[in-house]
Design a binder for this molecule. Structure first.
Ligand SMILES: *Cc1c(COP(=O)(O)O)cnc(C)c1O
Length: 397
């Protein structure tokens, strides 16, 4: 069968591929420590599950409106007002099948062939393919470790062309854990307004932040900036609900209506009872979230201290999310058993074989010279994994 050009354009998700390889090794009885997953290890809080179970038992098992139930949209508006100080009506909200689906729908509704979307690197692996699927052009702009992996207003300005439609801001960031300050966001907002480009603000990690950092939504910086901003968020990361598939978009009414039309002819509504679970997540007790974030911070400290104690490794200290992005370029050009290690993919393969540790090569996030390690795993396992990495790296010369 002859497949579409589109089908050939898309590679499988590298993070999923590495997780699968590590699982296959485990299935063979090899004890692999995986730092490659992209999701929380905690269970969904009990009261959220109970809300979904009740919905099921009460027969809430049919189609809902394609863009989500009003009750959930209202709860999202209340959340955005309370947490992010930004005011929306339910006409500004679309509930989708995960934040990834929200982003996909935004791009489908916004991007024509040849339109450019500026994506700062290191980036979440799914942004460029989703732009490409809409026949748009992902324009990758590198940021540096010295600049805390943040896009500077001058860099944004120089990447803008007459074809630029939008810029993606992901704060706190997957894969670096870097998070913008209000002042930094103001700088970017000014450039976007001046050049009339949209800002797609992926805020999925807003609650997973450390050391007292306060998340700022760029949409809250003023009425003008709000009109060009599209917020993407969801319950996957904050509430350990990755499998539930509930995400949402807040943005201009016209865009939301267009996304709703697209969604109504593709997935239709996100799962009915999962919406009820998400409603409870937003409205119920936030106690578990605070506990989970405390635990993530403890693990970040173990992870970061362990990695930076390895000779040759430097690492930005994350302010949010649950990933570290160590610089391992010092090990390129080294050898083991006669084989050379030239890049992050080869180093990842070496670590999987030699240390039985799975990580994701930085090149997959658009930044060669780095690895991404996720730490939603038990602290004892983190320590063991770091020790293995340390030993394996010390054998390279
Ligand atoms: C996990 C993630 C998402 C969305 O995840 P969903 O499970 O689809 O809600 C969006 N952006 C980033 C950067 C992520 O890491």
């Amino acid at each position: 069968m002859k497949l579409s050009k589109r089908a050939h354009m898309i590679k499988p998700s590298p993070t999923l591929a590495i997780t699968a390889k590590a699982s296959a090794m485990r299935a063979q009885g090899i004890d692999v420590i995986s730092f490659s997953a992209g999701e929380p290890d905690f269970d969904t809080p009990q009261h959220i599950k109970a809300a979904a179970i009740t919905a099921l038992q009460e027969g809430f098992t049919k189609y809902t409106p394609a863009g989500g139930i009003d009750e959930l949209k209202q709860a999202i508006c209340a959340k955005l007002q309370q947490d992010n100080n930004v005011q929306y009506q339910k006409e500004n909200i679309l509930v989708s099948c995960g934040g990834k689906h929200s982003f996909y729908n935004v791009i489908q509704a916004l991007i024509d062939e040849g339109d450019e979307v500026i994506i700062p690197a290191p980036y979440w692996v799914s942004y460029p393919p989703m732009v490409a699927l809409a026949d748009g052009r992902p324009v990758i702009v590198s940021t540096s470790e010295q600049e805390e992996f943040k896009l500077r207003p001058e860099t944004l300005t120089s990447a803008i062309t007459p074809k630029t439609k939008a810029v993606v801001i992901n704060s706190p960031s997957n894969p670096t854990g870097s998070a913008y300050t209000r002042t930094e966001l103001e700088g970017l907002a000014a450039v976007a307004l001046q050049h009339k480009i949209a800002i797609i603000s992926d805020e999925i990690y807003e609650k997973i932040v450390y050391d007292g950092y306060q998340h700022v939504s760029i949409a809250s910086l003023g009425d003008e900036i709000k009109t060009i901003t599209i917020i993407i968020n969801g319950v996957s990361k904050t509430y350990s609900m990755t499998g539930w598939r509930i995400g949402y978009t807040a943005g201009p009414q016209e865009l939301i209506a267009a996304m709703n039309r697209i969604q109504s002819q593709s997935t239709s509504n996100p799962t009915s009872f999962a919406q009820k679970g998400a409603l409870d997540a937003l409205q119920g007790s936030q106690q578990e979230v605070l506990e989970m974030v405390d635990e993530y911070q403890r693990r970040r400290d173990i992870m970061w201290e362990g990695l930076t104690s390895i000779k040759g490794v430097s690492c930005y200290k994350p302010q949010g999310a649950f990933y570290v992005f160590p610089n391992v370029a010092a090990f390129f050009g080294t050898e083991h058993k006669g084989g050379q290690i030239q890049d992050s993919a080869q180093l990842t393969a070496y670590l999987l074989e030699e240390a039985r540790v799975a990580a994701v090569p930085g090149v997959e996030f658009g930044a060669e010279g780095y690895l991404r390690l996720s730490y939603p795993i038990a602290p004892e396992t983190i320590k063991k994994g770091i020790q293995r990495i340390k030993e394996a790296l010390s054998k390279l010369n």
